[in-house]
Write a protein that binds this ligand. Structure first.
Ligand SMILES: N[C@@H](CCC(=O)N[C@@H](CS)C(=O)NCC(=O)O)C(=O)O
Length: 202
């Protein structure tokens, strides 16, 4: 292995796809290692925390946790701030995306359909507006989180919003972020960034 290898399920979603997109915006070569669902049970105990994505950098132990992987990619390829305080500010926003994912994962889990619907509606009307308001207040003149170039924090926010905006999550309207113009501008700027378009349409 001579280049970094990113392992994730064979789907353009969530934490794996955001790491692929981070490589894409960085213009960095990587091995896009796709894991078949049927191979996963045997592989799971061999990963650092029993989950994907996992990044292998030649000569080093595997790295897990999407935010650690994104931060590594960003630092290595110039898509994360070099200033320590600014970097920590970006990492806090990335953790905020993971908090929203955790809330969604647990909402109405193992419950009947009506309970799950109520939990999702609560996310749409209360959790996401509050979540988005905190991020909106931290975005500057844009279009990206910290100016005119996309960084790994932008990819994290974009993928954190994408399944909602694409209508993949039942009971949450695709318009759920529409009251947050800076977030929408960031989302559109990431989606139309040439390297992202090239990756999505490849
Ligand atoms: N906090 C972890 C969560 C990782 C995670 O839950 N990954 C999911 C896919 S997005 C997974 O591996 N699911 C299969 C499993 O847990 O067996 C991260 O940010 O990478």
């Amino acid at each position: 292995m001579t280049r970094p290898r990113l392992s994730y399920f064979d789907m353009p979603v969530s934490r794996g796809e955001e790491c692929r997109l981070a490589f894409a915006i960085a213009g960095a070569d990587f091995e896009d290692h796709r894991i078949a669902r049927e191979s996963w049970p045997a592989m799971k105990p061999t990963t650092p925390f029993g989950a994907l994505p996992v990044l292998e950098v030649p000569g080093h132990s595997p790295i897990a946790q999407s935010n650690a992987i994104l931060t590594y990619i960003g630092r290595r390829y110039g898509a994360h701030p070099t200033d320590l305080v600014e970097a920590a500010r970006h990492e806090a926003v990335m953790a905020h995306v993971e908090d929203l994912r955790a809330t969604l994962t647990h909402a109405g889990r193992n419950a009947d359909e009506a309970t799950k619907q109520r939990a999702r509606e609560h996310i749409a009307t209360s959790i996401i507006p509050a979540w988005a308001g905190y991020v909106e207040a931290q975005i500057g003149d844009g279009p990206f989180f910290a100016g005119e170039l996309p960084l790994v924090v932008d990819v994290k926010l974009y993928m954190g919003m994408r399944s909602f905006r694409r209508g993949v999550i039942d009971h949450i309207p695709t318009t759920v972020f529409d009251a947050f113009p800076k977030l929408i501008r960031l989302y559109d700027a990431v989606e139309t960034w040439p390297a992202v378009q090239a990756w999505i349409t490849r």
